[in-house]
Write a protein that binds this ligand. Structure first.
Ligand code: NAG
Ligand code: NAG
Ligand code: NAG
Ligand code: NAG
Ligand code: NAG
Ligand code: NAG
Length: 636
């Protein structure tokens, strides 16, 4: 990443003198237009070529990045953003593992020469190398998180340029999620060089350039990062902010203002960091707890003037709210928050995990229709455009890293740990200012019953807390209360349970016994609030039986009712939430247990309701009404 500049600040008046150090940290502010910033979208049809050579290495060896991809061999059109897997009719491409190559042309305006031009990829899965005009620009490991680099040295201003992106979806024991390549060497059973990608997570390993690709400009001295934390006392909001700038310059003249939802200025400051007061603050609330201030966002408008006279302006949204965790509850703004939610996936027909605005809007419409007040980004960070909606619509988020399927001994080594810490830093850096994020989840269903998980998760969790002391941290466990070695380090217990599905399949009557015992033991052992982060049953839409039978819509309904009865007992004690698995059906690997994907959605993959969705909707809206039996003025 770009060598930015950190500053130790001696501030007194508007004039600030800075000592300049080299730094490796770089902000990851979302690209936003402003008086000083322009954006050029690079989304659309790109040229695409998968390296299907047995070694998958011919493209690298032949340096396909040195010329237009179409000059290296046959290319096909590939939409960006999207996963490449389900676009064509080619089975080989659907299951392709290795380097996939993309390129396209663009123009760089001649008046950009005096600006800083940054190329940002919001996410590509997994290992990505980027060249501009044949010159290496950046390399990033990991899907689901953005990466960027200043590209001025590589650009031809006022002329055509081309960008090449190579993406490798190979998972190794040290990637997140981890996986391994297995070579099938029995010549009587497999073609020469045959290999498969193995991993321990239950969703399709979609790959490609999954989110937006953009160029954006800033002045040469620019706002590099903004960190905001907030709290309130009585009706006064306290907003602590810290602005980091980049570029060479000894003096900056910062000006910050807080704007309310109407755009009116409610506070001002003239330093790079400090605490501003908002009189009569409107806190951020989940929509299930407040109508008028649901998703209430303020804007910190930062204007940075440098001694050379250039101005940079950036507007960062934030909310004023607190999160506290007691031994039995999660409090938002000092009021108990009961999470009635759903786990999700970024998944849809044809485009896979590719960013899709209609799908985002539809998902939020269905989340609200269901009465969901909280979702988990299972099992990887979601697109920033999704997180924006959670902030603005007042839906709480458990923000999860791509740490899923950490199960074999090889996944717990120092190399894996180091990468996991780097990923947490990227995730916290990206989402730290989001009021919707109430809890970080560092992993899903790791082998937290293995002794080696103790050091590993102690390290990841304490590191995450050091990155963000303002939020609680957890991981999601499928181990048992008496063998989990990592749950002790969490602030909130999150556990996944499938009584009546994976265990005692079809035996609905066992659910209350097993679930009750389990909840009691977890609480007795750890004395922390507890969320059931998954429970669910596969359901083929349209299948009905009476009495209910596994895989029918009727079974999903009966199954959920058993869980809900137990939840109703414990939510008055230390159960802080329930989250159905899953919001919608989603694709998985081909497997005799999965009929074209995982069917545990209460919605189909097309986001239409199954019978259970109506049960859930009635329950969740009753809970919202109960929360506000309260306040007729809510009129929910
Ligand atoms: C790219 O993919 C190939 C094929 O799976 C694999 O052998 C290679 O190690 C991968 N390289 C990187 C840097 O991920
Ligand atoms: C920073 O200040 C020093 C001393 O005042 C000066 O010599 C130097 O040229 C300045 N650097 C820049 C980039 O303005
Ligand atoms: C709740 O958390 C906020 C920070 O989010 C902190 O300032 C406050 O002291 C906490 N309150 C309690 C009662 O712990
Ligand atoms: C991992 O690192 C720690 C400390 O940095 C060291 O004590 C330990 O031996 C290392 N473990 C392995 C498996 O290399
Ligand atoms: C919630 O309250 C509203 C307004 O009082 C009412 O119309 C609705 O039926 C209630 N929903 C449930 C599920 O109780
Ligand atoms: C009900 O709403 C009013 C106006 O928004 C507010 O002043 C009051 O505190 C609310 N009452 C409860 C119990 O939330």
């Amino acid at each position: 990443m770009t060598g930015g500049v950190t500053c130790s600040v001696l501030l007194n008046t508007v004039l600030i003198f800075l000592l300049i150090f080299e730094s490796v940290t770089n902000g990851m502010l979302y690209p936003r237009e402003s008086e000083s910033r322009q954006i050029q979208e690079l989304d659309g049809m790109w040229n695409f070529r998968a390296d299907t050579s047995p070694s998958r290495n011919v493209g690298m060896a032949e340096k396909w990045f040195e010329k237009q991809l179409a000059k290296t061999g046959p290319v096909i059109p590939m939409p960006v953003p999207s996963s490449f897997n389900d676009i064509t009719t080619d089975r080989k491409l659907q299951h392709f593992v290795g380097w996939a190559w993309y390129d396209r042309e663009f123009y760089a305006a001649s008046d950009w020469e005096n600006k800083r031009v940054v190329l940002r990829i919001d996410s590509a899965h997994y290992n990505t190398i980027v060249w501009v005009n044949g010159q290496h620009v950046m390399h990033h490991e990991g899907g689901h998180l953005p990466f960027e680099e200043m590209v001025n040295p590589y650009l031809k201003f006022g002329q055509a340029n081309w960008v090449t992106v190579a993406v490798n979806n190979t998972l190794t024991p040290h990637t997140l999620p981890p996986g391994s390549i297995e070579y099938m060497t029995d010549k009587n059973k497999y073609p020469p060089g045959y290999f498969v990608q193995n991993f321990e997570f239950d969703f399709f390993n979609y790959a490609g350039i999954h989110r937006r690709v953009r160029l954006y400009t800033t002045p040469k001295v620019y706002i590099n990062d903004i960190t905001i934390t907030s709290r309130f006392e009585g009706s006064t909001g306290y907003v602590q902010y810290d602005v980091k700038f980049g570029g060479l310059g000894n003096k900056t003249y910062p000006f910050v203002e807080i704007l309310d939802r109407n755009g009116d200025t409610v506070a001002k400051g003239v330093s790079l960091s400090g605490t501003l007061h908002i009189p009569s603050v409107t806190p951020w609330w989940p929509y299930s707890m407040s109508k008028d201030s649901a998703g209430y966002l303020y804007t910190l408008k930062v204007t940075l003037k440098s001694e050379s006279g250039s101005h940079d302006v950036y507007r960062q949204q934030f909310g004023v709210r607190t999160i506290n965790v007691t031994d039995s509850q999660i409090l938002i703004n000092n009021k108990p928050f009961y999470c009635h939610g759903a786990a999700k996936h970024e998944d849809s027909d044809i485009r896979g995990k590719g960013l899709d605005f209609p799908l985002i809007a539809r998902d939020f419409a269905m989340l609200k229709w269901l009465g969901v007040n909280c979702f988990r980004t299972s099992h990887y960070p979601y697109a920033e455009e999704i997180m924006d909606q959670a902030d603005a619509q007042g839906i709480a988020v458990i923000d999860e890293s791509p740490g899923v399927g950490i199960r074999s001994n090889a996944n717990f080594g120092n190399k894996s740990l180091e990468h996991h810490l780097a990923v947490m830093k990227e995730l916290v850096g990206r989402d730290k200012n989001r009021p919707s994020v109430i809890l970080w989840s560092v992993a899903n269903e790791p082998a937290s019953n293995k002794p080696m998980a103790q050091h590993y998760f102690k390290t990841v969790i304490s590191y995450t807390k050091s990155l963000d002391p303002s939020r609680p941290v957890t991981f999601v466990s499928d181990a048992e209360y008496d063998n989990d070695v990592a749950a002790q380090y969490t602030d909130v217990l999150c556990i996944n349970r499938y009584y009546g599905w994976y265990q005692d399949t079809g035996h609905l009557e066992t659910i209350p016994y097993q679930l009750t015992y389990d909840l009691e033991q977890w609480y007795k052992t750890f004395k922390k609030p507890l969320i059931i982060t998954e429970y669910g049953a596969d359901t083929v839409p349209g299948l009905h039986t009476m009495p209910s039978y596994v895989f029918t819509e009727d079974y999903q309904v009966d199954f959920m009712r058993q869980y809900h009865a137990v939840f109703d007992v414990f939510r008055k004690k230390y159960l802080a939430g329930e989250m159905v698995w899953n919001f919608a059906d989603f694709m998985t690997v081909q497997n005799v247990k999965r009929v074209v994907g995982n069917k545990k959605g209460v919605l189909t993959r097309q986001r239409q309701p199954k019978a259970a969705a109506h049960v859930l909707r009635h329950r969740y809206w009753s809970l919202i009404n109960e929360t506000h039996s309260l306040n007729k003025s809510l009129g929910l």
